[in-house]
Design a protein around this ligand. Structure first.
Ligand SMILES: [Zn+2]
Length: 147
């Protein structure tokens, strides 16, 4: 769970705690324009920090932690001690976007890497093998856990 002492407690008695996903996407797309070629590594680093901060204690907690924070719906397939595939639906960045025939989910890639690192203590190498922008209704990430 996210730590209140770092994030504060928003005072939004009228507006509540949620912000429309379109506004979040606008923020991300605007930041991407500002960062230009530095956007992909920046979004990956940002995602890793966010993923680690979510505080999942093991692989089994990850789907619930991501769902509770409305970051997405994930299914984890464990192939061996050091290899997992994470299918990610309803992600912030690209669910429902038009097809680009290119995997674009740098933020989600980082979030998955970070939450896996936090949950396992491993260093995670990760790539996006399928993306919503390639005609899928999910993104999929292949991760290697290095201890
Ligand atoms: Zn994607």
């Amino acid at each position: 769970m996210l730590k209140e002492e770092k994030l504060g407690k928003p005072k939004r008695t009228s507006l509540g705690y949620e912000v429309p996903i379109e506004v979040v996407r606008l923020i991300l797309l605007s930041l991407e324009e500002i960062l230009e070629e530095n956007a992909p590594p920046t979004f990956q680093m940002l995602g890793r920090a966010v993923g680690r901060a979510l505080g999942a204690k093991d692989l089994g907690e990850i789907p619930e932690v991501l769902r509770v924070h409305k970051l997405g719906l994930v299914e984890i397939s464990k192939h061996s001690e050091d290899r997992v595939t994470v299918r990610f639906k309803e992600c912030i960045g690209c669910s429902g976007m038009k097809d680009y025939n290119e995997a674009i989910s740098q933020l989600e890639r980082g979030i998955i890497a970070g939450v896996l690192e936090g949950a396992t203590g491993a260093t995670v190498s990760i790539k996006e093998s399928k993306c919503c922008t390639q005609g899928n209704d999910f993104c999929e990430f292949d991760a290697v856990l290095m201890r």
